[in-house]
Design a protein around this ligand. Structure first.
Ligand code: ZN
Length: 438
């Protein structure tokens, strides 16, 4: 899921610009030091990129409200300017097509969002909007690997994108936690959470599992995440693709709406209490875990195809609920989507699931992406039958793993795999907004 704030932040910045498609970021190597009591952040990031055009003279990054102190390359200072959440850097020497270069950016800031500080609980964690705590390219198609060093007070448990490398004691009672993400992923999946967490570990097949919380006891954590192993096995089977990261962590933090990151998910303590009270409410856990395949690894090329992330995760959560609680539970979810979608339709606000832009999405637009998106997958499943549907889903997921997708990629994968012409279905449900009903 994506919070409204991120959607707003994205709204300010169109996803595709010529200056951005002229280079491709390969790797970020960051060292980030949040100050929990001061609610500020200081950092340094090396950005490795390759030029995708001849004679590239300048590059541009998203920087949220960060203040840039210096930009350099190979020990030489570079000229830069920043405006409207963007950093523009002039290269000292143009980059040739295919040439790999490395910039170093030193920065600091007091982010209003993107980083959540809870000093009373010694917690700090990210809430999407990576460019609010580390200069980067926000566009989801520019996937990159990451090495993230977090400098924090001693005594905190940390989870970050990828896998842990080492912890190094520093002067002043601080610890450097080094993490590394080896599979290229969109920067919105970069993040971390640190706190005085209780930690429970487990295993499902080859995957190490971790559950974290400040409020819940170890016994409560085991109950909140009792279905995780089953969910992981279910999504591996339905996607036809093994969970790749080796480690998956679920952390309950002070306040968030639920977010997927590379190799971990964050939910709120309040949500965890809800699952303890009613195990039927595991849908959000399943939604966020489903994103480890649909979203993080098979990623919408840009936000106009956002339904390929969110419609999928919403549908897959219901598919898990069907497996766990039976057909009735699944159908209740379907009817919920249909009711929400019908309200949008009756108001004359239905539109194509491929948006012309995602600059000012309304609540109805988000309902289309999440609920209509999930409903379309259900309708397609009803239309072609279970066996063909899941065969197609596996073909689509395998074909586009680690890639970026548009809606036509999905249609093509389903049509090829099922050997059916699905164009009438896609025209009706995806490309056209349907007329308000009688
Ligand atoms: Zn989601």
């Amino acid at each position: 899921m994506l919070p409204a704030l991120l959607l707003f932040a994205l709204a300010v910045v169109p996803p595709h610009e010529t200056s951005r498609s002229s280079f491709d970021v390969l790797h970020y190597d960051a060292r980030v030091e949040p100050d929990l009591s001061g609610k500020t952040v200081a950092g340094r990031v090396f950005i490795d990129f390759v030029s995708t055009r001849d004679s590239l003279e300048a590059v541009e990054f998203d920087i949220g409200a960060l203040t840039i102190e210096t930009v350099g390359e190979a020990g030489q200072a570079l000229a830069f300017s920043s405006a409207e959440r963007r950093l523009q850097v002039r290269l000292n020497r143009p980059a040739a097509r295919g040439e790999r270069r490395r910039l170093e950016i030193v920065y600091r800031g007091a982010p209003r969002f993107g980083l959540e500080f809870v000093p009373g609980k010694s917690q700090v964690y990210t809430i999407f909007s990576t460019s609010q705590w580390m200069p980067c390219v926000d566009a989801p198609a520019d996937k990159a690997t990451l090495r993230l060093g977090l400098v924090l007070p001693a005594g905190l448990v940390v989870v970050a994108s990828g896998r842990p490398i080492e912890d190094v004691a520093l002067e002043g009672g601080r610890v450097l936690h080094e993490w590394r993400l080896d599979e290229p992923m969109p920067t919105y999946t970069f993040g971390f959470a640190a706190g005085k967490f209780t930690e429970v570990t487990g295993r499902q097949g080859r995957t190490r599992l971790k559950y974290l919380s400040t409020d819940a006891s170890a016994e409560e954590l085991r109950r909140v995440f009792a279905d995780t192993k089953d969910m992981l096995a279910f999504f591996e089977e339905r996607s036809g693709v093994r969970y790749g990261a080796g480690e998956y962590t679920q952390a309950l933090v002070e306040k968030t709406i639920g977010q997927e990151l590379a190799g971990f998910s964050l939910m709120s303590e309040e949500y965890g209490r809800g699952v303890l009270a009613d195990p039927n409410t595991v849908g959000l856990l399943a939604h966020e875990l489903a994103h480890q395949w649909w979203g993080n690894r098979v990623t919408c090329l840009d936000w106009t195809h956002f339904w390929l992330n969110e419609g999928f995760a919403t549908f897959m959560a219901a598919a898990y609920r069907e497996k766990r609680f039976g057909r009735e539970a699944y159908l209740r979810d379907v009817e919920g989507w249909r009711a929400r979608y019908e309200r949008v339709r009756a108001a004359g606000k239905d539109r194509s699931l491929v948006f012309p832009d995602w600059n000012r999405p309304t609540a109805d637009d988000r309902a289309l992406v999440y609920q209509k998106g999930a409903l379309v997958l259900h309708e397609l499943r009803e239309r072609i039958g279970d066996a063909a549907f899941w065969k197609g889903i596996r073909a689509y997921t395998r074909a586009h793993l680690q890639g970026s997708v548009v809606t036509d990629d999905f249609e093509r994968a389903m049509a090829t795999s099922t050997r059916q012409d699905l164009s009438a279905f896609f025209d009706q449900w995806i490309h056209a907004g349907r007329k308000p009903g009688p």
